[in-house]
Ligand binder design. Structure first.
Ligand SMILES: [Mg+2]
Length: 252
């Protein structure tokens, strides 16, 4: 019975992929849940890749995810801004983020923006910091796609790009990606799923699992990424289930 299947929210890095290689069992797991007919969201905090980019990256090593299943922090940010007053945004980010904001009906501009939206970009520069800090100081609402500070090899991520704007303006951004419960709520809305019948699969106790717990979702920790068994000793919460990797999950 399709309506008894759990809805699945699945993280990408450390769960399905390690860099550009599929993690053991990932392709088979996705193929199984797609075939069973579970509602599926494949989620990432990274706002700089489009669903098409992500689909290509995963498919390159045999993980075939339907395009409509991807949900990024750029999409969660656009979904958040849609329900807020305002229609103009100054954006520090890549085309994938700008594209989502255009799709949501926003004007992307550096003239009197209602919001300053910061994502991840390699073209971060003095001019962007100055404009963003000036707009935020002048009352524009400061929104960040995700709180991650660094990616692989200390590459600066969204949280780090926000730091100079925070220091100058004295204001902190609202972070929308994991571990914010908004990301989970928005993902559930996107697949029209309810928390009571949804399970989250993640590799990070501090972001994925915490976000799942705070959203009332059943959680599965896989030990193929960031968090290891010993990390359970230092946090005050527990996932509902623990598996070595996604290929071993037998509860969905
Ligand atoms: Mg991860």
């Amino acid at each position: 019975m399709a309506d008894e299947l759990k809805n699945i929210i699945c993280d990408i890095d450390g769960v399905l992929m390690r860099d550009n290689s599929a993690i053991e069992g990932a392709g088979e797991f996705i193929a199984r849940v797609v075939q069973q007919g579970n509602k599926l969201i494949v989620l990432t905090n990274n706002p700089s890749q489009t669903p098409q980019d992500l689909q290509n990256r995963l498919a390159s090593d045999g993980v075939d995810v339907p395009l409509e299943c991807f949900y990024t922090s750029a999409m969660a940010t656009a979904d958040f801004l849609k329900i807020q007053e305002g229609s103009k945004a100054y954006v520090v980010g890549e085309g994938a983020l700008t594209h989502e904001l255009y799709n949501a009906g926003f004007a992307v501009t550096d003239v009197n923006p209602d919001f300053v939206v910061v994502g991840e970009t390699r073209s971060f520069n003095w001019d962007m910091i100055q404009k963003a800090a000036r707009f935020v100081s002048g009352g524009a609402r400061f929104i960040a796609t995700n709180p991650d500070v660094a990616g692989p090899e200390q590459s600066p991520a969204c949280g780090a790009l926000c730091a100079p704007i925070e220091r100058i303006s004295g204001k902190k951004p609202l972070f929308l990606g994991k571990p914010s419960a908004w990301m989970m709520r928005a993902a559930m809305n996107h697949m029209e799923g309810h928390s009571g019948s949804t399970v989250l699969i993640g590799d990070n106790l501090q972001t994925d699992i915490l976000a799942g717990i705070q959203s009332g979702i059943e959680t599965i920790l896989v030990l193929s990424g960031v968090s290891q068994q010993s990390d359970l000793e230092v946090v005050s919460w527990r996932p509902s289930h623990i598996f070595e990797n996604v290929g071993q999950i037998d509860v969905v």
